[in-house]
Ligand binder design. Sequence first.
Ligand code: ZN
Length: 534
Amino acid sequence: MSYTALYRKFRPTAFEDVKGQDHIIMTLQNQIRADRIGHAYLFCGTRGTGKTTVAKIFAKAVNCEHPVDGSPCGECEMCKSIAAGTSMNVIEIDAASNNGVDNIREIREEVTYRPTEGRYKVYIIDEVHMLSIGAFNALLKTLEEPPDYVIFILATTEVHKIPITILSRCQHYDFKRISIETITDRMKELMDTEHVDVEDKALRYIAKAADGSMRDALSLLDQCIAFYMGQKLTYDNVLEVLGAVDTDVFSKLLRKTIERDVAGVLDIVEELVMQGRELTQLAADFTWYLRNLLLVKTSDNIEDVLDVSTENMRQLQEEAQMIETDVLLRYIRIFSELSGQLRYATQKRVMLEVALIKLCTPAMETDQDSLLDRIRAVEEKVEKGFEAAANAGERVIYVNGDGGPAGYPGEGGDGQSAVRKKPELPNAIPEDVQEVVRNFRSIADEASGMVRTYLKRARLSLGGDNRLLIVLPDSLAASVVGREDHVQEIEGLIENKIGKKVDVEVRYVEEGRHFEDTFVDIAKNINMEITVED
Ligand SMILES: [Zn+2]
């Protein structure tokens, strides 16, 4: 008996079975219902998100003799012949292997003939970004004046490689990565149909590993089932097949790291390498573990959000007590950088070890940073020394100069900072922004979990158009706080607090530089004004 891969066997044949692309399905069905079908569509999105599957269902729907509410009936002759791949109306072209001008010219000649049955000839061009320039130009001619019985569906994973002239003639649909939840549910459904006994936790792990691709998820599942044919597929089995590591190992690794036990940490790496674990996957999973730990540390009632067992939860809570948020953020930063580098690295083990040693010995990292800093400071002095000295009198705020106000409280008259050139102080800080700055701590306290944590380390400055700049110590923090919904949240909190709207922009301090090198510290300035009034 031949075996059909799950992905083929359960490839959706109706719109209802396509998971995670509801916005696209709805639009397409509406077009079919209203008989307002376009002549060129562009489907883009990562692999395994359903682009060609939806294209085929669409091809069936437009040709179906009795479409039901925008979906193909699946019963009529047209539906059947398209499903069997025998219809002349649906032409699939893989642009990866047919990327020349001649291939497209062939299509242009064919296009001139009306379909002998059904309403539309549908050309599905997969991986369309692989076409040569000449081929794109040939295609463009057809797209400019397509016969009314022709539909082009172009599919691609790399939309930025498509010429703008082609893009502007297509309706554009973005296929999203499919959520872990949706993938898990779909696999659960299929495993029930197949009568395969699987642990939920195992499916969730596979869904997570598939990174938004349903096709990848089903292939991984296939692999795991084949390995444990006839047995219950457990979480441990899945880890084994995929070369992944159990959370217990991460817990051990983390505890050794917190203890700064370099030898102990390297022993664990040795053990994992001997077991043949995939180190790229390991780094990604450990980052995920740290992320969970951060959530546990910074939020209350996180149990429902995190998908971990009760015993793992207890473990995480215990570890959350053992580590400071700052340190944890540093761990996550180092490991997310590592994950990116490992993908293309040949010396994976060395890189992993170096990253772990970095975690264990913060002094090493700080040393390097401070060294770089000192070099930079010297460079700046050489480059701008004269200029800064000449202008020093004007920047009374920063210098303990004659006639100006004294230095900031707490600055301690640091002689070095007086010489270094500072960014310009704005002439006036708008009243609204001042009010936000004075209330910023209490505004930050009201922010949601992660944002609140990051805002504790934020400094404030003034941007163009009198925006409030929230400056974070690194790009990771800035990418979280700077997310559109988080910025909106902060702006909302500000409006609640002071009753006025202040625009917020999130920035970060470049690595190896100090906040004061790039930004004016308006908090200091405002505090000082208050002191003066006293
Ligand atoms: Zn039909």
